[in-house]
Design a protein around this ligand. Structure first.
Ligand code: ATP
Length: 338
């Protein structure tokens, strides 16, 4: 059994990657005939997507639900737990206590709000975003979307509502059309082109000799970092989820790409409830609420200006992480400001 822990733990990490790539992970378990730790309850119902009107954004955007973290505590499952959930016939033995990484995290993102997560490395920001898509279950407390506990709704209906964009936008070695269709298999070329246009990458694609048939990826047309990000945003727009979970890329982009990515993001987040691990100055300035995560807790919360005035951890993070972007960040850069 011990020899299986490694591969099974590795599989649980594959889950996160595959989810991010908008592909159903359940197939992996189905093929291997394993039971995932996270699965539908027998009486799970579909998440009702629309919970009142969004407070901001375009008319076409779906009505966005609130995201609520209700006194959430969380420890990653140990390798033993992953294994035992997968091999139900084996009797459960005592497992080592897991280290809690979120302690009493409590906040609400109201419909249509942009909530920025900032904080030191290892503080728990990604973990918070994983719990929204229910990649793991909380140890205590609850995560609710549109008032529904994520454990009470089907995973398919939950994940259909959530658009995830990770730092490294993963592209498959395939055409742009097929890369887009991972988000919505039945999308027409017209819809795909509209999404690419809104994500500020339509011009580039139509200018390619093979247009939507252009193969991208390592062995195909090489997209720049900014172009990849915009393609990922286009995919999100095509999926049109009511909730967005986004890990902003840290990669340095030239100011033209940066400005294009920012415009694309603005469209992508409008009217949706979004949780963004923020690396951009423009994002934290625009956030309706900034949560400063430190050692698994919400250490400070508020808007940019009020947190700066407080002179605490946020002010320190701003000085060390964000302030230097004032020179380089297209839309935000006050000219000549140093
Ligand atoms: P960063 O800014 O570096 O991405 P973060 O704030 O997103 O960091 P998390 O990735 O959420 O932090 O990590 C929070 C804690 O959980 C860390 O101590 C990390 O080592 C631990 N952790 C993260 N992923 C796992 C995992 N799959 N299994 C066990 N522990 C994990």
């Amino acid at each position: 059994l011990t020899r299986m822990y490694g591969p099974l733990t590795a599989l649980s990490n594959v889950h996160v990657d595959v989810m991010t790539a908008l592909v159903s992970f359940d197939r992996v378990f189905e093929v291997l005939d394993l039971k995932p730790l996270i699965r539908d309850r027998e009486d799970a119902r579909a998440l009702e997507a629309s919970r009142g009107p969004a407070t901001t954004g375009k008319a076409a955007a779906p009505a966005a639900p609130a995201i609520e973290f209700d006194h959430v505590r969380f420890a990653y499952p140990s390798a033993e737990e992953v294994s035992l959930a997968s091999l139900e016939s084996i009797a459960r033995t005592d497992t080592a206590p897991a280290r809690e990484v979120l302690h009493d995290v409590h906040f609400t993102a109201t419909p249509g709000q942009l909530v920025a997560l900032v904080g030191p490395s290892g503080a728990g920001k990604s973990t918070i975003t994983h719990l929204v898509s229910r990649l793991y279950d909380v140890s205590d407390g609850a995560v609710r979307i549109g008032g529904a506990d994520v454990r009470d709704v089907t995973l398919d209906s939950l994940r259909a509502e959530i658009g995830v964009v990770s730092q490294d936008a993963h592209l498959f070695h395939d055409t742009i059309r097929e890369n887009m269709r991972y988000a919505r298999p039945e999308a027409t070329d017209e819809e795909i082109l509209a999404a690419l246009g809104s994500a500020q990458i339509g011009g580039l694609v139509t200018a390619m000799p093979e247009g939507l048939d252009t193969v991208v990826g390592d062995r195909g047309y090489r997209l720049s970092g900014g172009e990849k990000q915009r393609l990922a945003i286009a995919r999100l727009l095509l999926k049109a989820p009511s909730v967005v979970v986004l890990d902003e890329a840290t990669a340095h982009l030239d100011s033209e790409s940066e400005a294009a990515v920012q415009r694309a993001l603005k469209t992508a987040l409008a009217g949706r409830t979004s949780l963004v691990i923020a690396h951009r100055l423009s994002t934290i300035r625009e956030a309706d609420q900034i949560l400063v995560i430190d050692d698994g807790r919400v250490a400070e919360r508020g808007r940019h200006e009020e947190l700066l005035l407080r002179g605490g951890l946020y002010a320190e993070l701003y000085r060390t992480q964000f302030a230097r972007q004032r020179d380089g960040e297209g839309l935000d850069a006050p000219s000549g400001d140093g």
